[in-house]
Design a protein around this ligand. Structure first.
Ligand SMILES: [Zn+2]
Length: 542
């Protein structure tokens, strides 16, 4: 058996693992790379395997960083089946179509210009039609149901408690008379979250592939963060401002609605304080409908709420915004309101327009309720940039920024440890994916410290052969691997952040005297950097 890691290696996007036996090829997730332009350009690179030789794609959940390259896989020859839970299929349909829509509209204007200039036209990664057609490849199964893929491979989905339909994979694999049990967590949720059930524990594994998004962090208390959010909303509304919440349309938005429903229907009885809450995301509206259809998967509390006659996705001051015109109208007048809009990392979607109209105003607040990947606009704002370029304009960032990570749908280090402790038969080896290097390294150290299990943090293209209980790691040749490029991109992000910090220090009046004293030294260093940049540009052939 061989495992090859082709995404979410030392980063959190692009999940894609190839599991091959001598007879079959399984793909675990097929996600989109998300972040800055260089990282996203990896989505256009050909798959490092032949899609027509893949028998099954097993999809852990619908998030685009796990599902976003499915239509491309099909376009390039995949003829197998996509195995998932039913909600994952339903949510994938809207997410893939939305992703295609973003790509088609992104290149539309550029292509009009190219056509006029007689230049070659850009082609989107896939079209809305191709996204729609990929749904025919899905075959869906329930949690806890035994799925016989073929004579050698058996599979069970267990609830991962991360988003609706999300699953941990338990795989039983036969090869040359040997049996292997492989467990892949996909994205693992946090216990005690609204709507969803808690993540299930697994008892046994020979090999474990685990996510590590928060492998070096302990989450804030969830309920405390709800209280903080309510305070931010009330304080901002009191001074006449707008609260912007970039939110993943699927999952996080429904949780926010659920909690705000609880607040406005059961806690806040003061009519005048019910400020309007706008859900400005057509995809979030569609996703909310899918949530309502799948109440059978909800936890007891959410089920009881529905049984009592309360629809947790509707309350008096909640408005769903469909049309673009209505969306634009929200920015025509300044009045106290909350706008919840996608995308969650502000790298696409309507939230960017709301940011453009609201970032400059100190009366407003911006609240992050999810992970902000390196290179995204969300991360740049979170890191404290005072000026950003957005939709062709330079915008000053003057509003209050809050980061409420207690909302995270990913296990923190404490829960990751607890989850592993439930494995009675401990794995021989753990492969750590879906986390930036620091988080993955920390999780690796802790797993070794607490459980004595050796871990491996694969780079892009690394392969591991498992034979007779032994693992041999093959590191992919440098010329074939994109991991170096990913490292470089991370370095560039770091440099960008450092430069903007220096810019801020130079602009700071208090700093003027100190910088005057060191003027010559700083000037020489700037010249050195300029020369180095010139050399890099020469190498890149610009
Ligand atoms: Zn996810």
């Amino acid at each position: 058996m061989e495992l090859k890691f082709y995404g979410a290696t030392k980063i959190v996007t692009g999940s894609n693992i190839l599991l091959s036996t001598k007879k079959y090829n399984l793909l675990l997730d097929c996600g989109l790379f998300q972040g800055d332009k260089e990282l996203e350009s990896l989505n256009y690179a050909p798959f490092p395997y032949n899609p027509s030789e893949i028998d099954f794609l097993i999809l852990t959940h619908a998030h685009i960083d796990h599902s976003g390259r499915i239509p491309k896989l099909i376009k390039e020859g995949f003829k197998g089946k996509i195995i998932s839970t039913k909600p994952t299929m339903q949510l994938s349909e809207i997410m893939l179509k939305d992703c295609a829509h973003i790509q088609e509209s992104d290149i539309k204007w550029e292509n009009i210009r190219r056509q006029r200039a007689g230049e070659e036209l850009l082609v989107p990664l896939y079209t809305i039609e191709e996204a729609q057609n990929s749904i025919a490849y899905f075959e869906t199964f329930n949690y806890d149901e035994e799925i016989e893929l073929n004579d050698d491979i058996k599979l069970i989905f267990r609830d991962a408690g991360h988003i609706l339909g999300s699953a941990i994979l338990e795989l039983w694999i036969k090869e040359d008379g040997k049996n292997y049990k492989v467990v892949y967590t996909g994205d693992l949720g946090m216990p005690g979250r609204p709507i969803l059930k808690d993540p299930e524990y697994i008892n046994e594994a020979d090999y474990l592939i685990i996510e590590s998004t928060y492998g070096n962090r302990v989450h804030e208390n969830y309920r405390e963060d709800i209280d903080k959010l309510i305070d931010i909303i009330e304080n901002t509304a009191y001074r006449g401002g707008t609260v912007l919440i970039p939110s993943f349309a699927v999952g996080r938005t429904q949780e926010l609605i659920y909690e705000l429903n609880r607040y406005y229907e059961y806690v806040n009885k003061e009519e005048y304080k019910k400020i309007p809450i706008y859900i400005d995301s057509p995809m979030a509206i569609e996703a909310t409908k899918i949530f309502q259809e799948n109440a059978v998967f909800f936890d007891e509390e959410a089920k009881n709420l529905i049984l009592s006659g309360d629809n947790p996705f509707e309350f008096e001051n909640l408005r769903y915004i469909q049309s673009q015109e209505e969306s634009m109208n929200l920015n025509k007048a300044q009045f106290p309101k909350v706008i919840i809009s996608a995308s969650g990392m502000a790298n696409a979607g309507r939230i960017r327009h709301h940011l453009k109209h609201n970032l400059w105003n100190p009366l407003n607040s911006l609240v992050f309720v999810g992970y902000q990947a390196a290179g995204t606009l969300g991360r740049i704002l979170l890191d404290g940039s005072k000026k950003i370029k957005l939709l062709g304009e330079e915008i000053a960032v003057e509003l209050e920024i809050y980061n409420l990570q207690g909302f995270s749908a990913h296990a923190d280090i404490i829960f990751l440890r607890e989850w592993i402790s439930h494995l009675i038969r401990k794995p021989k080896k753990v492969f750590i994916v879906h986390g930036e290097a620091e988080a993955a390294n920390n999780l690796s150290k802790e797993i070794f410290h607490y459980f004595g299990i050796e871990c491996l943090i694969p780079d892009y293209g690394d392969s591991v052969i498992i034979e007779n209980g032994f693992t041999t790691q093959t590191i992919s040749p440098v010329e074939n691997k994109l991991s170096l490029l990913i490292d470089l991109i991370n370095e560039l992000n770091y440099l960008e952040q450092e430069i903007s910090k220096i810019e801020m220090m130079l602009a700071d009046k208090k700093n003027k005297k100190a910088t005057l004293k060191n003027y010559d030294i700083i000037k020489n260093k700037v010249l050195e950097i300029k020369n180095a940049l010139l050399e890099i540009n020469l190498i890149l052939g610009k």
